[in-house]
Ligand binder design. Structure first.
Ligand code: PLP
Length: 382
């Protein structure tokens, strides 16, 4: 099976992890500090705070933004469930905005309609690695005094108006799950320019317990004293993961250029197959991280999507659909979202198939994907 995405691990990555295992330091040590510093630099931000998953990082970012009971957080319907779930963890209510019909990214117009006096934060997602329309979201956030958090789980290595993704929002989340731009096994991070946010994120990551005497509420207790100041979690990233992340980060530019080259090849070769809608070209001011190649079936083929999908899987192509619109999950349907409807996101997903795209994909594999698609679709020609 050719997977829709997969990690690339080489000897330099393996040696980096080996070095940590021999170092005697397995958590919250020098590898973490190096990784956080390098990540922040790469993403164009001052501070980097790593977590043991992207989801934990989102939870912490919403906490740092002050999201709590009774607040609303605007998230796209077309995303992975974690973007919305992290608001529920804090007793807040995710409010779903519909997506742009072509890019799949959150529609600025629809998000604007969802702002109420309870809205605390807005969370654009860089779907498939393509940057959300951050200039417009920044203006919207500023106007209504909302915290702007970018879910860039899929977009480490993307750029927008000459800046790296990471330099655009108040806080930006990256995921290091194996299918994402770089991997740490499991892992995630927030980058930010705000020291106050960075401090809150670090506190939240480690039980809400501070070791910084200058910040203690109870002073002069002695060297043994640590102080719990908020209800936090154990969301710490182990040194093995941080070392892998540091090593992978050095390969990021290469990963993205390979993903881009493979995407361009699909663009050229798929154009000739009738019945397909290709992802829209990148605009002059953006470069996608090409996390996915989200192919869509034309309107007359969309009702056959599941059949076509099954045939691709049967032929050994590990296609996937991204994503189940979050409000349509049974959990959301039975927790107050029974009547929510985001027609553009639903239509997008109903026609979508993500075909294999990862740094090490070969021309032979891509040609096999294309040949198989052509064969399968020929049965539906009218
Ligand atoms: C992968 C992903 C997440 C979750 O990241 P994990 O590291 O798997 O917890 C959140 N949001 C989006 C859009 C993602 O793609």
């Amino acid at each position: 099976m050719i997977p829709y995405s997969t990690q690339s691990i080489d000897n330099s990555d393996i040696e980096a992890v080996h070095r940590v295992l021999r170092s005697g330091w397995l958590t919250q040590g020098p590898a973490l500090e190096r990784f956080e510093t390098a990540l922040a630099k790469k993403a164009g931000a001052k501070y980097g705070v790593a977590f043991n998953s992207g989801t934990a990082a989102l939870h912490a970012a919403y906490f740092a933004a002050g999201v709590g009971k009774g607040d609303e957080v605007i998230v796209p319907a077309l995303t992975f469930a974690a973007t919305a779930n992290a608001a529920l963890y804090l007793g807040a209510r995710p409010v779903f905005a519909d997506s742009d019909s072509q890019t799949g990214n959150m529609s600025v117009e629809d998000a604007r309609r969802r702002v109420t006096k309870r809205t605390k934060a807005i969370v654009p997602v860089d779907y498939a690695g393509r940057p959300a329309d951050m200039r417009a979201f920044k203006a919207l956030a500023k106007k209504h005094k909302l915290v702007l958090i970018e879910d860039a789980a899929q977009a480490l290595g993307a750029t927008y108006r000459v800046k790296p993704v990471g330099a655009l929002a108040d806080m930006t989340m990256f995921s290091f799950h194996p299918v994402k731009s770089i991997t740490t096994g499991e892992g995630g991070a927030i980058v930010t320019n705000s020291k106050a946010y960075a401090d809150a994120l670090r506190l939240f990551r480690s039980h809400g317990i501070s070791k910084d005497g200058a910040k203690f509420i109870h002073k002069d207790k002695g060297a043994w004293y640590q102080e719990m100041q908020a209800l936090g979690y154990n969301y710490r990233m182990p040194e093995l993961s941080a070392a892998l992340g540091e090593s992978q980060l050095k390969r990021l530019t290469n990963f993205i250029s390979r993903r881009r080259a493979a995407a361009k090849r699909y663009d050229t070769l798929l154009k000739k197959i009738p019945g397909l809608v290709l992802p829209p070209a990148e605009r002059a001011y953006e470069q996608s991280a090409w996390h996915l190649y989200p192919l869509r079936l034309a309107a007359h083929l969309a009702p056959k999507r599941d059949e076509i999908f099954a045939k691709l899987r049967a032929a050994g192509i590990g296609v996937q659909v991204h994503h189940v619109p979050v409000h349509t999950h049974p959990y959301y349907r039975s927790h107050g979202y029974k009547k929510v409807h985001c027609p553009s996101a639903e239509a997008y997903v109903a026609a979508e198939i993500s075909i294999p795209l990862f740094p090490a994909i070969t021309l032979t594999q891509q040609k096999f994907v294309i040949k198989t698609l052509r064969q399968i679709l020929s049965a539906y020609l009218v």
